[in-house]
Write a protein that binds this ligand. Structure first.
Ligand code: NAD
Length: 439
């Protein structure tokens, strides 16, 4: 079987590499020439643990290649996976221009039956839109070629995307024809040999499953963050609350960790897109809207907490930031809480020193407006030199083993704000620092 992957980002590249590893002949296509040039040299443009080794092996064995020529790409696969970005627009709706562009090019090149699979996260109705754009192109060419559009949303998590792609909880496939269903089954049976549950449904339901799932997880995070704000005021311990809540099988302990608010390329944009879909259909998404508001409040509460604790003014103070990416094991800074928190601290006069194992390159351009206020450091201890406070924003594993005494000795003052509760069970840190955690 031959497959084309469109978009070599966090989703497309991982999917392409994994399919190739199971013997499928894969071409990955991207309009970003610099990404394709890097991939052709064996350089992965993103940080995703474990991906490079599998990619190199499959390139070497001739099952995986890269192109920026859309004609080569679209003629290659019997199945074309669309994994391009669907970023948020000002009104919260998903920008479908990249998906539409792909559909247009597919329609202009289609010569035989193909299955067009939408893996990007897209609003309800996008499957129909893709079908219409392709059909319009065929009509313009006075050609009649059969094709199917499928919705197959992706649930992988950055940082463990390879594992998630190999061991998904479920595979959701929205189809309109038996033929497309069999093609999709054939592909996924190669990967999972029937061990993973499939949910076959219509395209609209598949599109909604993705938004509903992400919005639910965002609600869960905002919920526990709100409990944490209250717990701090009433003298309760949110981590114990969350653990006890999670022991109830109906609740589950996952996504009940309070912190600085959710971020990343999915939850912020997908919650807003769902709210926007609701508006279009005159159905207000009240619970999800509240979760979005609570998340904004959570990020600004983190700034307030630091500000209030340090005397209400950060002028002349230096704050060391540990971790910038929106979560550990990724370089992705899209909507990372670190962005809002750093902006807030600088607004109150702080100078920032920052270190992140993988997020610094992206941070440099995302926070370029603040470049005069941010010094990027070589490591955790470099960040601490002359700092008044340390703020741990992303819980990279390497921060768990920090030499706290050494860190403190390099600092000017001894505030430590642990926004991920990495050290909240340690008595040592409370002796060394003025230590504050969340909840
Ligand atoms: P990304 O921004 O990392 O990658 C998208 C890629 O598509 C880019 O390399 C871009 O150059 C390319 N592209 C844009 N237009 C193109 C075109 N016309 N032809 C070919 N390539 C084109 O995005 P991502 O994080 O991989 O996300 C892709 C989709 O998957 C989004 O809809 C996202 O919501 C969804 N998703 C993402 C994740 C995640 O964790 N990142 C998880 C599940 C679902």
């Amino acid at each position: 079987m031959k497959v084309t992957i469109v978009g070599t980002g966090y989703v497309g590249l991982v999917q392409g590499v994994i399919l190739a590893n199971f013997g499928i002949n894969v071409i990955c296509f991207d309009t970003d020439q610099s990404k394709i040039a890097k991939l052709e040299q064996g350089i992965i443009p993103i940080y995703e643990p474990g991906l490079k080794e599998i990619m190199d092996k499959n390139v070497l064995e001739g099952r995986l290649s890269f192109t920026n020529d859309y004609k080569i790409a679209y003629n290659h696969g019997q199945v074309i996976f669309i994994a391009v970005g669907t970023p948020p627009q000002n009104d919260g709706s998903a920008d479908l221009s990249y998906v539409a562009e792909v559909a247009k090019q597919i329609g202009s090149t289609l010569k035989e039956y193909k299955v067009i699979v939408n893996k990007s996260t897209v609003p309800v109705g996008t499957g129909k839109l893709v079908k219409k754009i392709i059909q319009d192109q065929l009509n313009m060419r006075n050609t009649n070629i059969n094709f199917d559009v499928v919705s197959n949303p992706e649930f992988l998590r950055e940082g463990c995307a390879v594992n998630d792609c190999l061991h998904p909880n479920r595979v959701v496939i929205g189809v309109e024809t038996e033929k497309a269903k069999q093609v999709m089954q054939a592909i996924y049976n190669v990967l999972f040999i029937n061990q993973v549950p499939f949910v076959f449904t219509n395209i609209e339901t598949a599109e909604m499953i993705k938004y509903a799932s992400n919005a639910f997880l965002a609600v869960k995070i905002s919920f526990i963050n709100e409990i944490a704000l209250l717990a701090e005021k009433v003298g309760a311990d949110t981590q114990v609350i969350a653990r006890a809540m999670g022991m109830d099988g109906r609740i589950s302990p996952k996504f009940l960790h309070c912190g600085p608010g959710y971020g990343g390329s999915c939850f912020p944009k997908d919650t807003k897109a769902l709210i926007n879909i609701g508006q279009q259909f005159n159905e207000e998404m009240m619970v999800v809207s509240a979760a979005v508001m609570a998340n904004e409040k959570q990020k600004s509460r983190m700034v307030d907490k630091i500000l209030d604790t340090m005397g209400g003014n950060l002028s002349g103070k230096t704050v060391g930031i540990l971790g910038l990416s929106f979560k550990p094991d990724t370089d992705d800074m899209r909507d990372a809480p670190a962005i809002d928190i750093i902006e807030g601290l600088v607004r109150h006069g702080a100078k920032i020193k920052a270190y992140c194992p993988k997020g610094m390159e992206e941070s440099k351009w995302r926070l370029s407006d603040l470049q005069a206020n941010i010094l990027y450091c070589n490591d955790e201890y470099d960040t601490a030199i002359e700092a008044d406070a340390m703020v741990l924003i992303t819980e990279w594993n390497q921060f768990r083993g920090l030499d706290l005494e050494l860190l403190k000795n390099k600092m000017k003052d001894k505030y430590f704000f642990d926004l991920r509760n990495v050290f909240s069970k340690s008595n040592e840190i409370k002796h060394i620092f003025n230590y504050y955690h969340v909840g």
